[in-house]
Design a protein around this ligand. Structure first.
Ligand code: NAP
Length: 275
């Protein structure tokens, strides 16, 4: 059956450097789908209008990125229960019946990524307490982490994330941090630190050790990953998570299409990495 061309895009502010158009357009081309995926830079004041445009015929949906993952919730008809529990969405689906539903593919993407890199549970330390850290908490609970420590500059934000007896909030300057890290098998950087060459590492390098997986959600070389490699830890950047969240979003719009491999190649090419 001939497919009618549909439009998708990424809503955020800014979106100029997003890898999503490269990944999604590569997958659309690879599967011979006649749709297109665009950049939709959207200041907060235009968010409602942008979301309403998704209700037009020919609109299949959108991704949502910073800073709108929470604010967009109020403009939707429905929210997937897992995304509602997390309090943030990154994927919108415009159904054939006209409803707009929000999903979150960040948490399952991180869960799958951690499983793929061989993390088998134990004590996980999450650095940061924003939306990405929330996704990390969900992923770690699903992977049945024995213990989770949320370390954040603003302790009050970390405390909000703690829900279970095996979880604790820790201030980034707490004196127990060395002991915490020494017992950890996983450190996840979910702070905003690492995108800029001048950013400090979110954790002092001398605290890392060879028995750690250090997972940085940033997908560029970071001081944290460099320090992890130097001490013999397994160092993983955020590209795998990014690619997995995109492939999961694609499958929500186009069920049955497995886009992971083509998206990974497209993202690596866009970043100038040799696959
Ligand atoms: P967010 O909600 O704005 O949270 C930012 C976090 O970074 C907060 O915990 C904040 O601490 C901390 N932070 C910011 N500046 C800091 C500084 N100078 N020193 C110490 N801590 C600082 O952002 P988000 O949505 O959670 O995103 C966090 C990171 O994850 C970003 O780099 C984002 O690009 C990345 N991410 C990657 C993927 C992927 O697919 N790879 C997906 C989602 C997010 P305070 O609470 O004290 O302000």
């Amino acid at each position: 059956m001939q497919q009618v061309a549909a439009t998708l895009g990424i809503i955020g502010d800014p979106v100029a450097h997003s890898l999503s158009p490269a990944m999604h357009n590569a997958a659309l081309r690879a599967f011979g789908l006649p749709h297109s995926y665009e950049r939709w830079p959207t200041p907060r004041a235009q968010l409602q209008q942008r979301v309403e445009q998704l209700r037009q015929p020919g609109m299949r949906g959108a991704n949502v990125t910073l800073p709108h993952k929470v604010a967009v919730l109020e403009y939707l008809d429905a929210v997937d229960p897992a995304a509602a529990a997390l309090g943030a969405v990154n994927t919108l689906v415009h159904s054939a019946t006209g409803t707009l539903t929000g999903y979150n593919t960040d948490a399952p993407a991180l869960r799958d990524s951690l499983a793929a890199c061989g993390w088998h549970g134990g004590h996980a330390v999450v650095l940061g307490a924003g939306g990405a850290a929330r996704a990390a908490m969900v992923a770690l609970r699903q992977l049945q982490a024995a213990q989770i420590s949320v370390v954040n500059r603003t302790i009050e934000r970390a405390q909000v994330l703690v829900e279970q007896p095996n979880e604790a909030a820790v201030s980034a300057d707490d004196h127990t941090l060395p002991t915490l890290i020494s017992t950890a098998s996983l450190v996840i950087n979910a702070t905003a630190l690492g995108w800029h060459a001048s950013d400090p590492a979110p954790l002092a390098g001398h605290l890392l050790h060879a028995n750690l997986i250090v997972y940085d959600m940033v997908y560029r070389p970071t001081p944290l990953l460099e320090q992890a490699r130097r001490c013999g830890a397994q160092a993983i950047d955020g590209l795998d998570m990014l690619v997995r969240q995109a492939a999961l979003a694609f499958a929500l719009w186009f069920p049955g299409y497995a886009a992971l491999h083509v998206m990974r190649s497209a993202a690596e090419q866009a970043l100038g990495r040799n696959p």
